[in-house]
Design a protein around this ligand. Structure first.
Ligand code: GLC
Ligand code: GLC
Length: 654
């Protein structure tokens, strides 16, 4: 018996009572003695924590013990069903528990239908990923969805079957195997805040089954919804006002934070917790390495609060984490919390989500491009970059979603910026309204009442390439390419898993045709979800060709090269980072180190050349001679370092 258990008598007694039940379960399976022992060892270790979390969430329920037992049996069943090759991987991962913090990890994200039509063809694209250097692949939701609008796959009607247009679960399994063999981890979404309105549970609720009605938040009239609304934000104000949707069939109101057909699940109900646990472990056993926990901020509601980032939301995720450690020990969680930076970090720990999107860095990189100043990104990075041991950021520039300016107002005030005004400026800038702006973004979810909006647009269109091509101006084209290279140069080196949103590698521009599809027209995020154009790859070897071909070639080759370079620099692993203070205000400069390896990164966020003092670099880099491994030029600190417009350098001591 572990010491932890001894100090928690209720946990100990409960486990003692559950063990015979578990014993009887094992007898009905073909699990080997070794497999049972492995599970049991993990159970002993995890139980006190799991028990505490479940008591916290559900301890006041009359049927708590029933749910506790069922939850444990669900985990045991999933472990029995876990394929041998995944169990083998679990064993490895225990020894290399920091694999996801390595400089060797580089991610890509894509929509299967837009990239390769289906899962079968995606298997043939593995050489493309390898060539680019990807070792982590996030496939946007590919499960069965409701007909018509489905929020790009985020309205799931069955978590255990693949959208038939894309393939089958078997295809997914085979893809997972092929990816693993190619050294690429598979990342899929766990869309657990809501189901589609045509999920079996929702259908049962519509048929008035009381058990399933209790899976969702359903109200006969506006009384309770109105009470909740007083303290709620609106996430999709252009879809519908408020957070509730009238359902004609039921003649009732349903909680729908996002689109009206996405029904929020009621995690207050332990049956929901267990039902989603089973879906989660099913996915894990298909061969997923990392689950992207979608919309984590919203999973717990409490009257009188914002119903975002509540304590219990963390407890639910931590309980899932403990159960995953029990039934699928190699599985990791990535948190998608696009919220205030103080709230983002609260999801990140080895016991909750080991990996998290870094929305603050993302927003501030775009902020720096717009202002040509780095004071805000420096201020924010100075105290927000470090994370607990055994966790890591995912650094991205664009994804399938919009950009929201989620920086902290106090960080802004600290460097003399008014947060509210600055967000207005950034929205004006990135929608191209601000005089002289290079960006061609469009508004997303403009709330005319509050003035709030977020920004849609591809990386290249936001960075000025679309405008430059339109104006057919070579100098502007060059600047836009340099901006893109600068952004990549930072996300690939700052610490964390860089995540390319595929299409970025070619500088794909906004796709304005989305408005022709009625299921997409109302959601401007489709502007930055273009179809992959394989002819780009064919053009790559062709040395001649149009101007646009040359631009694509330049972008593709440079990101591919930076990825390869990243993998050869041990200092890039982990998160150690020291900002270099007192540099020129247009320059973002930091030192990465790991063991004896050091790398200085400096990026010029303006279209004017800038200088950094050689003496400063000498003291930061602990050397006098450096090579910029990107441009392969050397320099000595007896003179100042000159940075070209938007140049990024990775300096290694020579
Ligand atoms: C997440 C997804 C977003 C989706 C929302 C609702 O934030 O990234 O695309 O609209 O969840 O599922
Ligand atoms: C909000 C949510 C985020 C979601 C996004 C979709 O920002 O916080 O979870 O991805 O909306 O637009």
């Amino acid at each position: 018996m572990s010491n932890l258990l001894k100090t928690n008598p209720e946990a100990e007694i409960s486990l003692r009572r559950l063990r015979p039940r578990l014993e009887r379960f094992w007898q009905t399976t073909e699990a080997s003695q070794e497999e049972i022992r492995d599970f049991d060892e993990r159970l002993t270790e995890i139980w006190p924590r799991l028990f505490r979390l479940l008591i916290e969430l559900y301890g006041d329920r009359y049927d708590f013990f029933y749910h506790l037992e069922e939850i444990l049996l669900s985990a045991a069943r999933a472990w029995c069903d876990r394929p041998q090759d995944l169990k083998e991987l679990d064993r490895h991962r225990v020894y290399e528990d920091n694999w996801f913090r390595s400089e060797k990890l580089v991610g890509g994200a894509l929509y299967v239908d837009l990239f390769s039509e289906n899962l079968g063809r995606l298997r043939d694209c593995i050489p493309y990923f390898k060539d680019l250097g990807l070792t982590y692949l996030h496939l946007m939701p590919l499960f069965a969805v409701r007909p018509g609008d489905n929020d790009g796959g985020y309205a799931i009607s069955n978590y255990r079957s693949v959208d038939p247009r894309l393939g089958t679960i078997e295809d997914l399994r085979l893809l997972g195997k092929d990816l693993r063999e190619a050294g690429i981890s598979l990342v899929l979404d766990f869309v657990f805040n809501h189901t589609s309105d045509d999920h079996e549970w929702a259908k049962q609720a519509q048929a008035n089954d009381p058990e399933y009605r209790d899976f969702y938040y359903i109200f006969p009239d506006r009384t309770v919804p109105d009470q909740y609304e007083r303290t709620l934000r609106e996430i999709f104000p252009t879809v519908r006002r408020g957070n509730f949707t009238w359902h004609d069939g039921m003649e009732q109101w349903v909680w729908t934070t996002f689109n009206s057909y996405q029904w929020d699940l009621k995690y207050r109900n332990p049956a929901v917790f267990r039902a989603m646990l089973e879906e989660m472990l099913f996915l894990a056993n298909v061969g997923v390495d990392i689950l992207r926990l979608d919309a984590v901020a919203f999973i717990w509601k409490q009257m009188g609060t914002s119903c975002e980032n509540l304590e219990q939301a963390h407890s639910v995720i931590q309980a899932y984490n403990a159960l995953a450690k029990l039934a699928a020990p190699g599985l990791l969680f990535k948190s998608e919390a696009i919220v205030h930076p103080d709230d983002v970090v609260r999801y990140i720990s080895p016991e909750e989500c080991q990996i998290s999107y870094n929305p603050t860095l993302m927003a501030l990189l775009w902020e720096s491009l717009a202002t040509r100043e780095t004071k805000l990104i420096r201020q924010s990075t100075s105290h927000r970059h470090q994370l607990p041991e055994e966790t890591i950021w995912v650094n991205y520039l664009r994804c399938h979603d919009d950009i929201g300016w989620t920086f902290d107002d106090q960080d802004a005030a600290h460097v003399g910026i008014n947060g509210y005004d600055h967000r207005q400026f950034l929205n004006n800038f990135y929608t191209g309204q601000y005089p002289g702006s290079f960006a061609h973004g469009v508004p997303f979810q403009h709330n005319h009442e509050t003035g709030d909006m977020r920004i849609s647009g591809t990386m290249a269109s936001l960075a000025g390439l679309e405008q430059a091509i339109q104006q057919n101006d070579d100098q502007l084209k060059d600047l836009a390419i340099r901006r893109i290279q600068l952004l990549h140069g930072i996300t690939l080196s700052i610490g964390g898993i860089p995540l390319l949103y595929l299409g970025e590698e070619w500088g794909m521009l906004n796709d304005y045709d989305f408005v022709k599809d009625p299921a997409k027209a109302g959601d401007t995020r489709w502007i930055h979800r273009p179809k992959m154009r394989w002819e780009f790859l064919e053009d790559l070897g062709d040395q001649l060709g149009s101007d646009e071909r040359m631009i694509r070639r330049r972008l593709f080759n440079s990101v591919k090269r930076m990825i390869a370079l990243r993998k050869s620099i041990p200092a890039i692993s982990g998160l150690d980072l020291e900002l270099v203070p007192l540099v020129n205000s247009h320059v973002f400069c930091f030192v990465r180190s790991q063991g004896g390896d050091r790398l200085i990164v400096a990026g010029n966020f303006s279209e004017e050349p800038q200088e950094i003092s050689g003496n400063l670099l000498r003291t930061a880099g602990l050397g006098r001679f450096f090579e910029d491994v990107i441009s392969e030029t050397t320099f000595q600190t007896s003179s100042d370092l000159k940075l070209d417009p938007y140049q990024v350098v990775w300096l290694k001591r020579v």
